[in-house]
Design a protein around this ligand. Structure first.
Ligand SMILES: [Zn+2]
Length: 574
């Protein structure tokens, strides 16, 4: 049978890849549940141990994270020693290592010399995520982020695209994934107007949500009025504002702690359990900008969200909580060249005093400077918001650098100011390649040094899911499944990509990135989304769609039952 053949095929692929990469261990086909009813994955983007140390000094007492440190994570992607957020989140979401910029799709051909190129069948193939698996098990699912929810990290849990920048497509896919609770920023991608990306079927995305019974909110008050059901709340057009600027410019936006608590309150009403991904999205951007106060405020708010999740997990007893960065950014250090001769006498006051005077992000500083780019004005803005009296020369240098920094002019503030007025060091404005700390609590929690894809596999295993069977069930290559029929890809008006499958005189129609099929005047909602990959000209659809078209009916055994018997079935080799 075709579906089983694909299942075995995928298992072989996983084994090949794992062997090729020298994984520390792999989850066997007989994935045994360790009894995690709920899983919460919390990702602090662009962070590492040294940043956490500064946040702890600033807070003056241990962080919630401190109590659950268990190991560290090796973060490189398939094609770079330094990862970007897309492959890192893909590894955490799917258990596969992929190439930079890729959102839960198999790697491209170019890989590191130490990483074997992927087998052709895996190249740019959609990879099932832990969120999709949880949903098929009947669990509720949620995504919370302080970025646009279509940004790389949240996207990797509920979308499949070769490039993280196609955020319209990501939004359309996420909405058709039926995620129960979605909280974050990014209204701009609900309509077809933003950016240069070719827009798809955007006009009716809000209608899709209303039809599916979502409750919508766009500020804290609206969110706090919702206590159950499906929720889709985007609090800003673009990213949400930095925590350090929130009370000044967007007090109506909820905090990450409030969003996390609300998501847990709603999702935990599901007797089948839930999967929740939470991202503290902006530590990364603070580090990119070499902006220490923005960075610390984001880490401390993320830690409050961790405290809320940890409190739930401790009371619940059946929740696996994983807390980890996806990579480090900008090589932050406590100590820089100005401390070379005196680090042996560095006081807490010297460490923290400059930070305590900084009450706005460098992005906010630039918003105050950009329309009056004179050294005097720069000096007065820095004095007002960072509490520092910088020199004319330094102000001039900030303006000069800002003009050369293109889309990130605000990076100039930290670049000029930190080496002189703080004891914070930075090595770059980009990501860096070191291991990152792993914090974990609950049944099935990992420890020691793990590879980034292990995080995805650990999550699948904790829920008792076999990712190979899930992949085989959600992403069947349509041209192979219908080698006795025809599959036509059609683009109407450069908009909706329509797909027609003709099989024994019947025509089934799909709109890609969505979860439905129309055939002979009837519409069916599928248990997964239909993905078309332009580069490989491959179409992927759930087994359920294949069965409907072949007249086998659309009903499949529950994945929970499959999960329970997966060990035996997968090993049987049928
Ligand atoms: Zn980054």
């Amino acid at each position: 049978m075709r579906t089983i053949r694909l299942g075995l095929f995928n298992i072989m692929l996983l084994l090949l890849l794992a062997a090729a990469e020298g994984m520390i261990w792999i989850v066997s086909a007989s994935a045994r549940s360790v009894g995690a009813k709920n899983v919460i994955v919390m990702i602090v983007d662009g962070c590492s141990t040294e940043q956490v140390t500064l946040a702890r000094w600033y807070k003056g007492s241990p962080l919630a994270m401190d109590s659950i440190l268990t190991g560290s994570v090796i973060t490189h992607s398939a094609d770079s020693v330094i990862t970007d957020s897309a492959p890192s989140a893909t590894a955490y979401a799917t258990g596969y290592r992929t190439t930079n910029r890729s959102i839960s799709m198999g790697p491209g051909e170019q890989t590191l010399s130490t990483v074997h190129p992927p087998p052709p069948e895996l190249r740019l193939k959609p990879l099932a995520t832990v969120l999709e698996g949880a949903r098929l098990m009947g669990k509720s699912t949620g995504i919370v982020a302080t970025s646009r929810i279509t940004h790389a990290t949240p996207a990797a849990f509920a979308a499949h695209v070769p490039s993280r920048s196609t955020e319209h497509t990501i939004m359309e896919q996420m909405i058709h994934q039926g995620v129960d609770v979605v909280l974050g920023g990014g209204r701009m991608y609900m309509s077809g107007a933003a950016g240069g990306e070719k827009t798809g079927n955007m006009s009716d995305l809000w209608d899709v949500l209303r039809t599916r019974g979502y409750r919508l909110a766009e500020d804290r008050a609206g969110l706090m009025n919702i206590h159950s059901g499906k929720v889709f709340a985007l609090f800003s057009e673009d990213h949400m504002v930095p925590e350090i600027d929130r009370s000044r410019i967007a007090p109506h936006q909820p905090t990450l702690e409030e969003m996390t608590q609300k998501a847990i309150d709603i999702l935990s009403k599901d007797p089948d359990g839930f999967f929740l991904m939470v991202e503290g999205s902006q530590v990364d951007w603070a580090c990119h900008a070499n902006d220490p106060a923005y960075m610390v405020s984001e880490i401390l708010m993320f830690d409050k969200a961790v405290a809320a999740a940890l409190d739930f997990a401790r009371r619940d007893g059946r929740t696996l909580l994983l807390v980890l960065p996806d990579h480090n950014t900008a090589g932050f250090s406590i100590g820089n060249h100005s401390t070379n001769g005196k680090y042996g006498r560095l006081t807490v006051e010297e460490l923290l005093d400059p930070l305590r005077k900084m009450v706005a992000s460098s992005g906010f500083l630039w918003s105050q400077v950009k329309n009056e780019q004179t050294p005097d004005h720069v000096k007065s803005v820095v004095r007002q918001y960072w509490g520092l009296d910088i020199t004319d020369e330094e102000a001039g240098r900030i303006l000069e650098l800002a003009r050369s920094f293109g889309s990130a002019p605000h990076n100039a503030f930290g670049r000029v100011i930190c080496p002189v007025y703080t004891c914070f060091g930075w090595t770059s404005h980009g990501h860096v390649g070191g291991d990152v700390p792993l914090y974990a609590f609950g049944p099935g929690r990992p420890s020691g040094v793990v590879q980034s894809p292990d995080i995805g596999r650990i999550t699948f295993r904790a829920m008792g899911l076999d990712s190979d069977r899930l992949n085989a069930r959600l992403f069947v290559e349509a041209r192979k499944a219908f080698d006795d029929g025809t599959v036509e890809i059609e683009k109407s008006d450069g908009e909706k990509t329509l797909v027609k499958v003709r099989y024994r005189g019947k025509t089934a129609e799909f709109t890609v990135n969505r979860d439905g099929v129309r055939m002979e005047g009837r519409s069916f909602t599928l248990e997964g989304i239909v993905i078309y990959v332009v580069d490989t000209d491959q179409l992927y659809m759930p087994v359920q769609a294949v069965n409907i078209i072949r007249g086998r009916g659309g009903k499949l055994p529950s994945i929970a039952a499959e999960a329970r018997s997966s060990g035996a079935a997968a090993n049987r080799g049928d």
